[in-house]
Design a protein around this ligand. Structure first.
Ligand code: FAD
Ligand code: FES
Length: 258
């Protein structure tokens, strides 16, 4: 169900902390996408053949638009190239990729959405689509982004490493400081954060889905660059590895080793 499209950039905006927000006009990708899925974005430069996996931050099905919010990781990178594109420019994208968050599991439950760093953007569309009681906990290094948009989606808590806003520390510190609880957790962020959340959820017996932002190459399940260890053992006692790009990026926390 994925498409390769040459898509037009509708807007590009710098939103702070080396982060850019881009709206892209798609033909079909927006209508096929669900929260937690991602697209592969291609650079123009032939020496950078590998596409960059970037999560969908918002999906506007009616207008067939998708929004990506991404960090420029350094000079001469593919993400720097994306940040230089302006309204009316074109970009090759492939998607939607990956499985996405299961929304139905939260029905009638209190959900906690946790994002850290560049794991924050995909939680926005999830927050918009989850029609249940929810608490949102986002962790930033310093400068916050998307905060206004989260604060209208539910009870919103912030952690910053430098203490400039919310709880000083990480998302687990914000959960403890505010005595937050939930029946189901959805999380996306760096591995140490997901590891801590997985442990917390298992101790408290909370169903927990984690979205892993593993390094990827092909993005479509063909090269095995992105495998992670799963708890599944096959009939020959071999650990069954999972491809983050195709089997994930969203997994039940008990299913994978982080
Ligand atoms: P370069 O140094 O030019 O990249 C070189 C190569 O390494 C490229 O092929 C690149 O894809 C790969 N690479 C480098 N770092 C990473 C990384 N951390 N993860 C995966 N591949 C990497 N970032 C955001 O800012 N916003 C998002 O919404 C977002 N969603 C993601 C969703 C998924 C499923 C994954 C796997 C990653 C996501 N990332 C996101 C991370 C993003 O893909 C990397 O920051 C980006 O690929 C780095 O590319 P570059 O051009 O800046 O760096
Ligand atoms: Fe190639 Fe996942 S990136 S299999």
């Amino acid at each position: 169900n994925k498409r390769k499209e040459s898509a037009m950039i509708v807007s590009q905006e710098y939103i702070g902390a080396d982060i850019y927000s881009m709206w892209i006009q798609t033909e079909e990708i927006a209508s096929l996408a669900v929260p937690g899925q991602f697209i592969s974005m291609y650079t123009k430069d032939g020496s950078k053949l590998l596409p960059r996996p970037i999560s969908l931050c918002e999906i506007d099905r009616d207008r067939k638009l998708i929004r990506v919010v991404y960090r420029v990781t350094g000079e001469g990178t593919g993400t720097e190239q994306f940040s230089e594109l302006i309204k009316g420019d074109w970009i090759d994208i492939l998607g939607p990729l990956g499985n996405g968050f299961p929304l139905d599991k939260a029905e009638g439950k209190k959900a906690m959405l946790i994002g850290g760093g560049i794991g924050v953007p995909p939680m926005l569309e999830l927050a918009k689509q989850l029609d249940t009681e929810k608490v949102l906990v986002m962790g930033y290094r310093d400068e916050q982004f998307l905060a206004d948009e989260f604060s209208i989606c539910g009870n919103f808590y912030v952690a910053t490493e430098d203490g400039s806003a919310g709880t000083k520390g990480n998302v687990m510190d914000a959960i403890a400081a505010n005595d937050l609880s939930a029946d189901i957790i959805y999380a996306c962020g760096p591995a140490p954060m997901l590891r801590a959340i997985k442990q917390y959820a298992e101790e408290k017996n909370i169903v927990c889905y984690v979205s892993m932002e593993e390094r990827m190459a092909c993005g479509i399940g063909a090269c095995l660059a992105c495998v992670c260890k799963s708890r599944e053992i096959d009939s020959h006692s071999h650990v069954h590895n999972k491809r983050v790009c195709k089997d994930g990026p969203v997994f039940l926390s008990t299913e994978v080793e982080i």
